[in-house]
Design a protein. Structure first.
Length: 161
């Protein structure tokens, strides 16, 4: 399976996870974050699908490896069990941050191994967007975990004493 096919599978798995997490999240902020990133992942999937269609690969030539699992697929059951077990959304955000971190690493490698400039540019763009997703989830996690300090740091306040 080539990098684009793996990336397509990763994006499909991410969409599925984030949709499910949004349904299970009680926090309106968390729900919006998951739904927003779901839409980004759908856009990523569309871009990757368009690139894939433009590459001269036939199904026969690609010879996908049997039973290959993406990062998200391998961890989905474990991740959803953790989300269900929590009364708050913090674990879901921890998982999302890890997924985005691993997605970014995958795209960085794919960009360095890309065979065409078109693929390289797409993977580099996805690296940036995965980092932005990580930052969104991290910021939301920090807000939900420690609201008081989050406001202090987000406003760049100086504690005077």
């Amino acid at each position: 399976m080539n990098a684009i096919e793996l990336a397509i599978n990763m994006e499909k798995d991410a969409i599925s996870f984030y949709k499910e997490a949004a349904l299970k999240t009680g926090s309106p902020v968390g729900k919006k974050m998951f739904l927003s990133v779901t839409e980004d992942e759908k856009r990523h999937l569309e871009m990757l699908s368009q690139i894939f269609k433009g590459i001269d690969i036939t199904t026969k030539e690609s010879s996908p490896i049997e039973n290959i699992k993406t990062i998200f697929e391998e961890m989905k059951d474990e991740m959803m069990a953790k989300v269900e077990a929590q009364t708050d959304e913090l674990e879901a955000f921890r998982i999302a941050m890890q997924m985005e971190k691993e997605g970014k690493a995958f795209y960085e490698k794919a960009a360095s191994d890309a065979e065409t400039d078109k693929e390289k540019r797409l993977f580099e763009r996805l690296v940036k967007e995965e980092q932005q997703h990580y930052d969104i989830f991290s910021n939301t996690f920090n807000f939900l975990n420690d609201t008081g300090n989050w406001f202090m740091w987000s406003e760049h306040s100086i504690v005077e004493g």
